[in-house]
Design a protein around this ligand. Structure first.
Ligand code: NAD
Ligand code: MLT
Length: 310
């Protein structure tokens, strides 16, 4: 019987699908050395974002056929190393789209009304209404960087909130943007005009540190930035400096260059900054979706059927 190693917490719905065709071992939080020791026993691996599937782990895998990432980004898998060994890497491109989009929208609205800090103040027995005068998003301009699955849903909902939408995405046509009610512009235009900027792009060599000191200097002093995409797209020190100096209005971040977030200048900032621990995909619905999506693909490969690679 085939053996599947589940290395990160995934929904039971996925485990049940895998159990129909394989022995499933759920073993989370394994140190890399232990993973390297046991991986030769396994035909398939299922992960979320915590486990890093490095070249060393892949090289140690003697019978691995497939790595399933229960989520979108496969940046925690050394895909070229897997491909060289003929190991298929699959993901769930759509299972958490709505969850991530709704988290970005929640971050934008929370940031506008200082909800996290206002909540904490009431819980600390304060009643300070003057401190938390926020801003409306209605009639404001939202700049969406990356008009893919998540960016499109954010744009659609933001439009319904009465926002004007500018979008930057070099791989999307002006017609597609127009269908979504967005105006496609270049990045400098978006930086200059937006009251809110939300990032929905992968981290690539082109997008690493896209929001750096130079970019921040082009933005309105009131701009609020949301990143529920990937850490490393924003230069976190430059962002913290810009918030501290009042050069931008604030930021809400779900993802960080290094996760879990260690020592960071962002932690010391006040109500203008919201930080969440990579919760974009953390809804009950999304976790069921991604677990089923990836488990079905692993099951098919173990049964000798073709895979849809990430
Ligand atoms: P997608 O592939 O559907 O969309 C990404 C878009 O970015 C595409 O339209 C692409 O053309 C565009 N793009 C690529 N390079 C670009 C560049 N240099 N400049 C501007 N646009 C560029 O992906 P998606 O499902 O919408 O996911 C977007 C991001 O969100 C990914 O990084 C994904 O890993 C991340 N994500 C995070 C969470 C979370 O928990 N916070 C959850 C799901 C997805
Ligand atoms: C993803 O890429 O799907 C997200 O980062 C969510 C996650 O699985 O943690």
């Amino acid at each position: 019987m085939s053996k599947v190693l589940v290395c990160d917490p995934v929904d039971q719905a996925g485990i049940e699908i895998l159990s129909q065709v394989a022995q499933v071992d759920v073993n989370t939080g394994l140190p890399p050395a232990e993973l390297i020791r046991i991986i030769p026993e396994y035909d398939a691996m299922m992960i979320r974002s915590e486990t890093r599937v490095t070249k060393e782990i892949i090289e140690a895998a003697t019978q691995l056929k497939i790595i399933g990432r229960a989520g979108v980004g496969v940046d925690n898998v050394d895909v070229p190393a897997a491909t060289r060994k003929g190991i298929v890497v699959v993901n769930s491109p759509e299972g958490n789209t709505i969850a991530a989009a709704e988290h970005a929208l929640a971050m934008m609205l929370s940031l506008s009304r200082y909800i996290p800090e206002a909540n904490q103040s009431v819980k600390n027995s304060q009643w300070n209404r003057k401190e938390y005068i926020g801003a409306e998003v209605y009639k404001k301009t939202l700049g969406v960087v990356g008009l893919g699955k998540i960016g499109s849903h954010v744009a659609t909902v933001a439009k319904a909130l009465g926002m004007k939408i500018l979008a930057y995405d070099p791989f999307i046509s002006a017609e597609r943007a127009e269908q979504l009610g967005c105006k496609l512009v270049d990045l400098d235009w978006l930086f200059r005009e937006a009251d809110y900027i939300t990032l929905h792009i992968p981290k690539t060599p082109e997008t690493a540190n896209l929001i750096n000191a130079e970019a921040l200097a082009k933005m309105k002093p009131t701009v609020r930035i949301v990143n529920c995409a990937r850490g490393g797209i924003i230069d976190e020190d430059a962002l913290a400096e810009a918030v501290k100096a009042g050069k931008i209005g604030g930021a809400a971040l779900d993802v960080f260059a290094k996760e879990p977030l260690g020592e960071s200048n962002l932690r010391a900032l006040g109500k203008e900054v919201i930080l969440t621990p990579h919760l974009g995909a953390s809804t009950a619905e999304a976790q069921v979706n991604v677990a089923i999506d990836v488990a079905e693909q692993i099951r098919d490969v173990l049964l000798g059927l073709p895979a849809r690679s990430a």
